[in-house]
Design a protein around this ligand. Structure first.
Ligand code: HEC
Length: 304
């Protein structure tokens, strides 16, 4: 009776199958981990970058306002010159924002008021909400929020515009306002400011890149990269396993089968120093002992 199952390929297939299964599992796990990682890392990166840009832009706008207030306005007022872009930091900011938008249209700088001189500066519903928040809570100096402006997602930083005595020159009683102002903007709106009120808000916003789209592209790249790496690993390990393990095992079992059927002449040798080499050597030792034993048996049979 043969001890080796008839279908020896059942074993070879099963080793390969197990090995392929675990490799496939590794591939799926690696894929899931990298897609989740890409999503997490991209979201963090996109928000950090929007935040950095926003800080830069806000600081730039602040610097422009200070420039007008400290470096230009006193000089102009001393000489009774009412050129608004040189006297009002709000007007100066608006001009700078206009020039900036020529080159960087996706950024958003606006000074809004629900009692505006210039009707262009009327707030959108989102901006009106911001104004309301500032009026309800006078302690807020800077509000950073995420919001949609013209169908694009933005990171928005806003500060309240608080009226001071100095604002009343232009925004106080319309009849007393410089005629440079009333000639351009009329006398209907933008006046009647009182001291220390939230009269408007300056809004600076940077677009938040579409996280989902970047994750999709990066995820696809990770998928291609991992698939390529795993294909190479899969093919080379497949080849190695079949060359180093399966082929020798098939050979050993073929010879073991023929030994079990009484054919003791087929010897095996190997240079290998590993487990398979050890198996071949042990098997060869066993075959030789069988040969000696059967010779001895034959001799003693003859003697009897
Ligand atoms: C020299 C005159 C002048 C002074 C002083 C002045 N502004 Fe203005 N302000 C203007 C003009 C002109 C505009 C309109 C700009 C435009 O065309 O968009 C304006 C616009 C604004 C706006 C945008 C909404 C609107 O009215 O169109 C706000 C808010 C504002 N000013 C707040 C202030 C505050 C707060 C102060 C004081 C700290 C101040 N302004 C001082 C002339 C002035």
């Amino acid at each position: 009776m043969s001890l080796i199952p008839e279908d020896k390929y059942l074993y070879t297939r099963s080793i390969l199958k197990q090995f392929r299964k675990s490799l496939l599992l590794c591939y799926v796990i690696a894929l899931i981990i990298s897609i989740v990682g890409v999503g997490f890392w991209t979201t963090k990166e996109v928000y950090a970058s929007a935040d950095r840009e926003l800080t830069l832009l806000v600081d730039m706008v602040r610097a422009a306002r200070r420039y007008v207030a400290e470096d230009v306005r006193p000089y102009m007022l001393e000489r009774d010159i009412f050129h608004s872009p040189a006297v009002s930091s709000t007007v100066a900011t608006k001009h700078i924002a206009g020039h900036f938008a020529d080159n960087q249209p996706e950024y958003y700088i606006r000074i809004v008021s629900d009692n505006p001189l210039n009707l262009e500066n009327q707030p959108t519903p989102f901006e009106q909400e911001i104004l309301k928040t500032f009026r309800q809570n006078r302690n807020i100096e800077n509000l950073v929020a995420e919001g949609n402006i013209k169908d694009t997602k933005y990171l928005v930083s806003s500060r309240p515009s608080i009226s001071r005595e100095s604002c009343l020159v232009c925004h106080g009683v319309p009849e007393e306002a410089p005629k440079e102002i009333t000639e351009v903007y009329g006398k209907e709106s933008g006046f009647g400011y009182k001291d220390n009120q939230v009269v408007g808000a300056s809004i600076v916003a940077v677009p938040i890149e579409d996280v989902n789209q970047i994750v999709l592209v990066r995820g696809f790249l990770a998928f291609i990269f991992l698939s390529l790496i795993f294909s190479i690993v899969f093919l080379s390990l497949n080849r190695l396993v079949s060359l180093l393990i399966l082929k020798p095992i098939v050979k050993i079992s073929r010879i073991a089968r023929s030994v079990s059927e009484g054919n003791l002449t087929q010897s095996m040798s190997t240079e290998r120093q590993d487990e398979i080499g050890e198996l071949v050597k042990s098997f060869e030792l066993m075959r030789r002992s069988l040969v000696t034993a059967s010779k001895r048996l034959r001799r003693s049979n003859r003697r009897q």
